[in-house]
Design a protein around this ligand. Structure first.
Ligand code: 4AD
Ligand code: MG
Length: 480
């Protein structure tokens, strides 16, 4: 039995029933005759309370792994009255087995508030704390919800390669894979860790139709911020036989709305909410990541669940808006340059604000100049006077800026070659196989990628991506 199952099982009558529980000691409180031991097994945030006679409890220390056998019983209500009776039942223990010893005095996790920064120094242990383990359960729930969503939408889940021969985004942020020795190299050609599964996903899409993946991606990006990791999971989907980018934007809205709806039915979501509403209760939170307020989150969730189409604005329109507010920015907005994070956040806060519902709705910025985007995108049919643009988009939200990026793919062989000549010139990588996809039966298609760690941070209000990734890989240094 898991603790989660037990806590939702009320024993009938006064006698209770026999159970065995395996878990970790989260707290020990002493009274003269007995020890009150909180035990948790990772299945939920709430511990179960075990009552252990003093002589049985001598090796029970904070952090130990234990097997307890005893009786699951309704609480004795004589002392506490009604409030006590409302609490979950408790375990009257008659047998204790220590399966893994702990020494509370040296255990780096202590039963008091610890800052997110100090916990980041021990990622291998911090996941044992209630809040962090709830975030990991929520991540697992999200995988379940997404699997179901995509399967209902008739998308096939695929496993694109992690080691690749190309740099999909062309930003020069690849990790090179080296193996063997200089004399005896493992590979004749350069190999990299993938920065995006997209190119390979396009190949899958031309065999299977609509496809998706949630895969690790790697970027040697010199960005030391609360939004960047050098290893992160990207949710990518590719839609075949799609001509109008609107279909992709609508799909993303349906997917994210479905994710919020699905997650909000799950226990981990409710647990995270409890941590938020008891911000200073150290027994509940014990150790913390910085969390956004419930208010902020409700506005985000309402926006994600909005029944209306999320706003679309072209890059050129966005630049106009931003240039009307130049004084607000560190970097002056300029047509032909990428949007800075401060620009994205401003647009998200203003254009994305739904006054009637007091909600923040994500915003699609579309049709970026070709110079700031990647070679594989489809040339737009109509272009502004300032220059050529692609049929592409970024999805932006308050506080985080860019959450997703995507585009129509250039499916015409010659137009793609022209893109590569224009944008990559001599540096054009060997992408014969990718050109092959355009040689035989390439329909119009497009897709998107969404940073899964960023998405979870945004949904849960965890302010730093370093607290949502269990083992954050960062520019310059990693722990463990
Ligand atoms: O915008 P990006 O670079 O798009 C692509 O790689 C496309 N090939 C995806 C596609 O169309 N299939 O990355 C997509 C998303 C970003 O919007 C951002 O959310 C996330 O990936 N991302 C990062 N997340 C965490 N740390 C980083 N260093 C990230 N870089 C990008
Ligand atoms: Mg992008």
């Amino acid at each position: 039995t898991t603790v989660s199952d037990l806590l939702s099982t009320k024993p009938r009558g006064d006698d209770g029933f026999k159970v065995q529980v395996d878990g970790w000691v989260r707290n020990v409180r002493k009274s003269s005759a007995v020890r009150f031991v909180d035990v948790s097994d990772g299945s939920c945030s709430a511990p179960l309370q075990a009552i252990v006679q003093r002589d049985l409890a001598k090796d029970i220390q904070f952090g130990a792994a234990v097997r307890l056998k005893g009786t699951w019983k309704t609480r004795d209500t004589q002392s506490g009255g009604q409030a006590e009776a409302a609490k979950p039942p408790e375990l009257q223990v008659d047998e204790v087995e220590i399966l893994g010893h702990s020494t509370a005095a040296t255990y780096p996790i202590q039963r008091k508030y610890a800052t997110p920064e100090s916990l980041r120094g021990i990622p291998h242990l911090r996941m044992r704390t209630p809040l962090n383990s709830a975030m990991l359960r929520l991540r697992s729930d999200a995988l379940g919800v997404l699997n179901q969503f995509f399967s209902e939408e008739k998308f096939q889940q695929t496993h694109p390669p992690i080691i690749t021969a190309s740099d999909c985004e062309g930003a020069g942020e690849t990790f090179r894979v080296e193996a063997g020795t200089a004399k005896d190299p493992f590979s004749e050609s350069e190999q990299y860790l993938t920065v995006s599964s997209q190119l390979h996903l396009e190949a899958f899409a031309q065999a299977l139709g609509n496809v998706w993946t949630l895969s690790p991606t790697f970027r040697a990006e010199r960005s030391d911020t609360s939004r960047h990791l050098s290893e992160f999971y990207m949710l990518e989907a590719e839609l075949s036989f799609v001509e109008d980018m609107e279909e992709i934007l609508d799909f993303i809205q349906r997917m994210l709305g479905g994710l919020v709806r699905g997650l909000s039915q799950r226990d981990a979501w409710k647990e995270l909410d409890d941590f938020r509403t008891n911000p200073r209760d150290p027994t509940a939170r014990q150790t913390m990541a910085d969390l956004d307020s419930r208010d902020t989150l409700e506005r985000r969730w309402d926006g994600l669940l909005s029944p209306d189409k999320w706003p679309r604005i072209t890059y050129t329109e966005a630049i106009d808006v931003l240039q009307g507010k130049v004084g607000e920015f560190e970097h002056a907005p300029e047509w032909g340059k990428g949007l800075q994070s401060e620009h994205e956040r401003y647009l998200a806060k203003t254009i994305g604000f739904d006054r009637a519902n007091n909600a923040y709705v994500p915003v699609f910025v579309t049709q970026y100049p070709q110079a700031v985007k990647a070679f594989y995108m489809r040339q737009a049919a109509e272009n502004p006077p300032q220059g050529l643009v692609f049929d592409c988009f970024d999805l932006i939200v308050p506080d985080w800026g860019e959450l997703a990026g995507g585009s129509m793919r250039e499916h015409r062989h010659d137009a793609l070659l022209a893109n590569m000549d224009r944008l990559l010139g001599r540096e054009a990588p060997a992408l014969d196989w990718y050109m092959d996809l355009r040689r035989w039966g390439c329909p119009p298609h497009g897709g998107f990628g969404i940073g899964f760690d960023r998405l979870l941070s945004y949904l849960t209000g965890v302010k730093s991506i370093r607290d949502i990734a269990a083992f954050p890989r960062l520019y310059g240094h990693i722990q463990c």
